[in-house]
Design a protein. Sequence first.
Length: 342
Amino acid sequence: MGELQNKGKRHSAYQITVKRSLGEGSFGQVFEGTLDAGGGVGRVVLKRVKTRVEGAAEMGYMEHLLNVYAQRAAKGSVADFMGYVDVSEDEATRNLTPGTWLMWRYEGNRTLAYYLKRRDCLEAIAQDMGIRPEAVCATVLLQLCEGLNALHQAGLVHRDVKPLNIIFAERERRFKLIDLGACADLRTGTNYIPDESILDANYCPPEQYCMPTDSPHLSRTLKPLALAMSPLLWVRHKPDRFDSYSTGLVLMQLAVPKLRTSSGLKNFNSALKRYNYDLYKWRDAERLPARQTAVLDADDGAGWDLAESLLRPREVKVDDNGGVSFVSRGGAIRLPIGIALK
Ligand code: ADP
Ligand code: MG
């Protein structure tokens, strides 16, 4: 049944030392630690696999499964997944509770959310990446889109793209995606429950769902049938546009200083709704000073065009037979993304 074919590398609990908690509270159980792999000791991040649905043991493996897939599909653009540890009752410590823990390389201590809080946001990123401040927005967007493009090509939708889930990897001096806890595999239906909305409202597209709620439960469909149906559903509903929209919001926050706070973002979201999701109307009504919009204005407004295409919501269409689909005016994330690197 839900047995994992490839779980990645298995480590022993005795190789692990837990240091400090990294979890933000609500979901908890994310720690920094070390892995003694014989050849040397490395810093790692450990996260307890959630068992979200009572009585369905295999559901607990979803984040694990998705990490194995994503590592294969988007290597270098998502945090390095290092495998897992099954902690028995005997091996458990106060922090390392019994159960399955997933493990990643410790990429660094700065997420994009950290940089957005800084007054010198773009300069700080430029310094850490070793590039010029003018190139920061385009470079970060490109790295984000590389990762999402690779996930989408593999049939995965991240569904939780936001600054807290984008980490600066110190070794490679680039940003990577983390947190596949909400990621869905739309080829097989893994971690995809059509009527579930567990997502961060501030970064969610207005239609809120990846797929219309009445679309088939792929995970309850025979696997060969699910695999055959999946490309059709993808074409029909464009689930990847869910991540496109979140990415558009991240771009706006990076580019426009007044949108970096959570109240700034909330105001932007409600204003955009008032303008019927027409970014140009928002721009024309808002009349921000040039220093707020310089990044978007550069190159004949290339940044505005990119943000506008990412921030187009899908519309719900009902056909004559009552079938519901999402119709998108917006494009998929394709590379190159159309803004010049300076
Ligand atoms: P949650 O489900 O709690 O949001 P995340 O996977 O987003 O779990 O991890 C929580 C926090 O832990 C992240 O916001 C980040 O600060 C830190 N973190 C996660 N993965 C890594 C990593 N590979 N390297 C460094 N820090 C990480
Ligand atoms: Mg997270």
